[in-house]
Design a protein around this ligand. Structure first.
Ligand code: SF4
Length: 705
C-alpha cells in the first residue's frame, strides 16, 4: 500500500536493481519509513515496476542487517573491533602505502560493482588509475557485460548501445537470445508484450536452451544446444545472404568485412549447422524468414551470450545480423544488449574497468592516457591493463596481489569456481570490505569493514541500458555511521595525501566527470543535477540541451574508417565439454524475484515467496534414468566441487542439460547451494568474462552417508 504521506514529500528516483532503470516515486513518513510506487513520468518505465522494484523500499526500511560502524583488526587472529572512521582509514592508508612502496602499485586492487553510482565509480577509477598508478580496478560488470563491450567496440568502434527503448514499439521482429527478460528485465519485456498484443504480426524469436517465461509470447523458440549460438547466428547469416535479404547498400557504403564474413558463414551447410545446434533446419529457415522480412529488427541479449568462453564471438556473430541487414541507426532497429545491473553503463562511461579509460578512451592509446593524466593532474597512467575480477583472485592466490578493497559486491557467491575466491581471500594480506549489509560471506575475511550508505541514503546518478542518465536523491539518512561510497573513497584518497578529492558534494564529482567527456562520443558537458532534476533524465550524448535517443542515424560509426565492421566469426566452442564422468552440461541463471546474491532481496519476505530455495532443473528423462524424483536432493559435482539442492523435474530444459540459479550462497546457511561451487573459471580470452553458462557436471541422487 502506498503511504498516504507519499504525495506531500514524494521524491523521484530510480530502481537500483536491473539495467532497465525504472523510475520510482518515493515517499517518506515522519518516522523516515519509505513507501514507493512507479513513476508515470519516467520515459523508460511509464509507471510500471516489477516485483523487485515494488519492494525496493523494504530493503532500506529494514535496518536489521545494516553495518553501522567501521570495524578493524590488527591481525588475522584478532576479532574485529569497532573503530572510528579516522582509525579505519588511517590504518588502511598506511597499509596501502606500505604495499605500494614495497611491491609497487599493482600490489593493491579495487573490486567494485555495477550497482555503484557513476560518481562512486568515477572517484575509485581516478584514485587507482590517476594517483596510485595501477589499473587494478574491476567491477562485477566484468561478469555480465564485458563481452558486449568488446562486441560493440569491435563492430561499431565504441561501447555504444545504438537503440533506445522507444525503438521497441517501432520494431516488427525481435531476436531475443541468451536472455530471459520476462524475469530479468520485466518492465522492458512488458513493453515488448504490449507491442506484440497491439501488433500481432510482430515476430518474436527466443533463442534459449531453456523454455523460460519469455518463450510464452514467442512465435518461435529455438531451443538450441548450449554453446552453439555462433553456429546458429552464422547459419541465419548464410540464409539471409542466400535469400537476398541483406542490405547491399548498407554493406557497400557503411560497412566493411562483408566478403570474409560471407565466406565464413558458407563453411557449414544448414543441415550441418542445425545438427550441431540440435534444431530442425526448418526452424532456422523460419527465423531467417522472419528476420529477412522485418522492417525493424532488434537483437536483444544479455548473459546467455556474454557469460561464455566464446562470449566475444557470440556477440560478434549476433551484431553481424544487424549489420548485414542494415538494421541499425534507424527507428525500431539495432543491436540491444540488456545491462544486468542498474549502473553497469555508468561505470563503463567513466572507464570503471581494468582496461578502460573515462569517456570511452582507450587505455592503449598514449594520447588518451595523456589527456586523462593532464586532466586529473596525477601520476602517469599505467599503459598495462589491470587485473580483471577473476585475475584478482588468481593474483591473491599467487601472492602478487597483497591488498584488495571490495565494495558493493559479494565475490564469494558471484565469482565462478568459488573455492578459488575463498582461497584467495584467505591468502590476501589485507582485505577491505565496504558494504551496507552484515550478511555477505566476504566480511569474514575482512581486516577492515567500512559501513556504506545504500540506495536512497546518498545522491548521485545512474545510466540505464538505453544510455539514459537519471539523478537519485538522498531521501533518508544512512543508519549509524555509514557513509556514501564516494565519500569513503575520497576520505581515503585524502589520507593518502592525493590532491583533487576534496569535493564538497556528489555534484562536484559529476561535473568533473562531465568535463572529461568533452569532445568524445558520449559528450555530456553542460549537464548538471539541476538539469537532471528538471528533465527527469537525459540520454547521452547530450549536446546543446538535447538528448540523442538513437545512435548512428547518420551511418557514421566510431571506427577509424567510420564504417561498421562485419567480422567473420569462428564457431569453435572452447568450453569444458561433457564426458563419461561429467555427462551433463550445467547452465546457470537468475530467477524472477531475487537479485544477485540476495543480500537485499533475500530479506524481503514477499520476494522469498516466489522461490524459497535453490533448485536443480533436470529433464524428466534424465531424472528417470538417475532415479531422481521431484524434490529429491540431488548431488551435482564438477571437477571443482559440489552442490546439493532439491531437484525440479521439468521439460523446460533439454535432456543432457541441467540448470542452477546463481543467487544462493552462504548468506543464509551452508554454501552447498552455491552454484559457483561447480562453475568453470574459464574465461573469454578477449573480454575475460567467465563461462557461467557452460561446464560439465555429474548428477546423482544424494544418499546420506
Ligand atoms: Fe527495477 Fe528492473 Fe524491475 Fe524496473 S524491471 S522495477 S529496474 S528490477
Amino acid at each position: 500500500m502506498i503511504n498516504p504521506h507519499l504525495k506531500s514529500t514524494a521524491q523521484l528516483s530510480t530502481c537500483s536493481y536491473c539495467g532497465v532503470g525504472c523510475g520510482v516515486v518515493v515517499g517518506k513518513d515522519k518516522n523516515n519509513i519509505l513507501s514507493l510506487k512507479g513513476d508515470e513520468s519516467h520515459p523508460s518505465s511509464k509507471g510500471m515496476l516489477c516485483s523487485k522494484g515494488m519492494n525496493l523500499h523494504y530493503t532500506v526500511n529494514d535496518k536489521s542487517d545494516r553495518l553501522l560502524h567501521p570495524q578493524m583488526r590488527y591481525n588475522k587472529n584478532m576479532p574485529l573491533q569497532k573503530v572510528s572512521w579516522d582509525e579505519a582509514l588511517n590504518r588502511t592508508a598506511a597499509v596501502f602505502k606500505t604495499f605500494i612502496d614495497k611491491y609497487g602499485p599493482n600490489s593493491v586492487a579495487f573490486y567494485a560493482s555495477g550497482q555503484c553510482l557513476t560518481e562512486e565509480y568515477y572517484v575509485i577509477n581516478k584514485l587507482i588509475k590517476g594517483f596510485i598508478g595501477s589499473n587494478n580496478i574491476d567491477t562485477n560488470s566484468r561478469l555480465c557485460m564485458s563481452s558486449a563491450v568488446v562486441g560493440y567496440k569491435m563492430t561499431l568502434g565504441e561501447d555504444s548501445v545504438p537503440v533506445c527503448y522507444d525503438d521497441i514499439e517501432l520494431a516488427d521482429c525481435f531476436y531475443v537470445t541468451g536472455a530471459n527478460p520476462a524475469w530479468c528485465h520485466p518492465i522492458l519485456w512488458r513493453r515488448v508484450e504490449a507491442h506484440k498484443a497491439k501488433n500481432p504480426n510482430t515476430k518474436i524469436i527466443v533463442v534459449d536452451p531453456r523454455a523460460t517465461d519469455s518463450v510464452a509470447i514467442a512465435d518461435l523458440h529455438l531451443q538450441l544446444n548450449p554453446g552453439t549460438d555462433v553456429v546458429l547466428n552464422n547459419a541465419i547469416g548464410r540464409l539471409l545472404i542466400e535469400n537476398g535479404a541483406i542490405d547491399t547498400d548498407f554493406i557497400a557504403n557503411y560497412a566493411q568485412g562483408y566478403e570474409a564474413y560471407k565466406e565464413s558463414v558458407f563453411l557449414k551447410t544448414l543441415v550441418e549447422a542445425a545438427a550441431i545446434c540440435g534444431l530442425e533446419p526448418s526452424e532456422i529457415r523460419l527465423a531467417a524468414k522472419y528476420i529477412g522480412e522485418a522492417k525493424g529488427f532488434i537483437t536483444m541479449w544479455t548473459m546467455g551470450l556474454n557469460q561464455s568462453a566464446v562470449g566475444t564471438n557470440k556477440n560478434l556473430s549476433l551484431i553481424n545480423l544487424n549489420l548485414i541487414t542494415g538494421q541499425i541507426g534507424k527507428p525500431g532497429a539495432g543491436p540491444f544488449s540488456l545491462t544486468g545491473q542498474p549502473n553497469a553503463m555508468g561505470g563503463r562511461e567513466v572507464g570503471g574497468l581494468s582496461n578502460l579509460l573515462p569517456a570511452h578512451r582507450n587505455l592503449n592509446n598514449p594520447l588518451h592516457r595523456k589527456e586523462v593524466q593532464d586532466f586529473w593532474g596525477g601520476k602517469e597512467i599505467n599503459e598495462k591493463p589491470g587485473l580483471t575480477a577473476t585475475e584478482m583472485m588468481d593474483a591473491l592466490n599467487d601472492g602478487s596481489l597483497k591488498a584488495i578493497w571490495i565494495l558493493c559486491t559479494n565475490p564469494l557467491t558471484s565469482l565462478p569456481n568459488a573455492r578459488l575466491a575463498d582461497a584467495a581471500l584467505k591468502k590476501a594480506k589485507f582485505v577491505v570490505v565496504q558494504e551496507i549489509s552484515n550478511k555477505p560471506e566476504t566480511l569474514a575475511y575482512a581486516d577492515v569493514i567500512l559501513p556504506a550508505a545504500g540506495w536512497a541514503e546518498k545522491e548521485g546518478t545512474m545510466t540505464n541500458s538505453e544510455r539514459r542518465i537519471t539523478y537519485l536523491p538522498k531521501i533518508v539518512d544512512a543508519p549509524g555511521e555509514a557513509l556514501p561510497d564516494a565519500e569513503i573513497i575520497c576520505r581515503f584518497a585524502q589520507k593518502m595525501n592525493y590532491p583533487g578529492f576534496d569535493y564538497k558534494n556528489a555534484e562536484e564529482i559529476f561535473i568533473e566527470h562531465t568535463k572529461l567527456t568533452a569532445n568524445t562520443n558520449i559528450d555530456i558537458t553542460g549537464l548538471n543535477y539541476s538539469i537532471l532534476k528538471k528533465e527527469r533524465s537525459v540520454q547521452w550524448p547530450y549536446k546543446k540541451g538535447k538528448s540523442v535517443n538513437r545512435l548512428f542515424e547518420d551511418k557514421i560509426f566510431y571506427t577509424p574508417s567510420k564504417k561498421a565492421i562485419i567480422h567473420p566469426v569462428d564457431d569453435t566452442l572452447t568450453s569444458e565439454l561433457p564426458n563419461s564422468d561429467f555427462p551433463f552440461i550445467l547452465t546457470t541463471g537468475r530467477i524472477r524475484d531475487q537479485w544477485h546474491t540476495r543480500s537485499k532481496t533475500g530479506k524481503v519476505n514477499k520476494l522469498n515467496q516466489h522461490i524459497k530455495d535453490a533448485f536443480l532443473e533436470i529433464h524428466p528423462l534424465d531424472a528417470a534414468l538417475l532415479g531422481i524424483n521431484e524434490n529429491d536432493v540431488a548431488l551435482i559435482k564438477s571437477r571443482r566441487g559440489e552442490v546439493m539442492v532439491k531437484a525440479k523435474i521439468t521439460s523446460s530444459v533439454k535432456t543432457g542439460v541441467v540448470f542452477l540459479p546463481m543467487h544462493w550462497g552462504k548468506i543464509l546457511g551452508s554454501d552447498l547451494n552455491r552454484a559457483n561451487n561447480i562453475t568453470s573459471d574459464q574465461l573469454d580470452p578477449i573480454s575475460k568474462e567467465p563461462d557461467f553458462k557452460y561446464c560439465a557436471v555429474s548428477v546423482e541422487i544424494y544418499k546420506k552417508p
